[in-house]
Design a protein around this ligand. Structure first.
Ligand code: FES
Ligand code: FES
Length: 165
């Protein structure tokens, strides 16, 4: 018999309560139960980074996390990064630098970079490359992605109130 469990967490700023199987991944919960299909699934075993979401401010591979492990957490998906119809500065930089082609990897790139730049708004190109080494893009190449991330840093730097670099 499959165990069904109730899960309460916060998704993109709103509290949700869902019922999931104990074995359901966070990725499947977001996509199938909550309809948030912006989170993509590629490898489903932690290699490609396409499924990256932000859990309590940390970039997490949602294919490797059980939904029930998200109990009580704050989850942000790519849909939750912009509060309105406009692009975030990071998304706008991706568009400006042509940092996507098919777009399959893009949600994971954006969530990974958002978590990084929120925490490290002065991250240099080497640091950005290092962090993005866990996100695979098959069609764009990484140079435009790095350029977009470098340009977007300015939007994060003003939010850092403690002045740390
Ligand atoms: S689908 Fe999760 S890392 Fe590839
Ligand atoms: S834009 Fe196609 S995989 Fe990255």
């Amino acid at each position: 018999m499959t165990a069904i469990m109730q899960l309460s967490f916060d998704v993109n700023g709103a509290p949700v309560v869902v019922e999931v199987q104990a074995r359901t991944t966070l990725a499947d919960c977001l996509r199938h139960t909550l309809g948030l299909t912006g989170t993509h699934l590629g490898c489903e075993h932690g290699i490609c980074g396409a499924c990256t979401v932000i859990v309590d401010d940390a970039a997490v591979r949602s294919c490797l996390m059980l939904a029930v492990q998200a109990e009580g957490t704050r989850v942000v998906t790519v849909e939750g990064l912009s509060g309105d119809d406009s692009l975030t500065p990071l998304q706008a930089a991706f568009r400006k630098h042509h940092a996507l082609q098919c777009g399959f990897c893009t949600p994971g790139m954006i969530t990974t970079l958002h978590a990084l730049l929120t925490d490290e708004p002065f991250a240099d190109a080497d640091r950005i490359r290092d962090v993005l080494s866990g996100n695979i893009c098959r069609c764009t190449g990484y140079i435009p992605i790095i350029e977009a991330a470098l340009e977007a840093r300015i939007a994060y730097q003003g939010k850092r109130e403690d002045g740390r670099r």
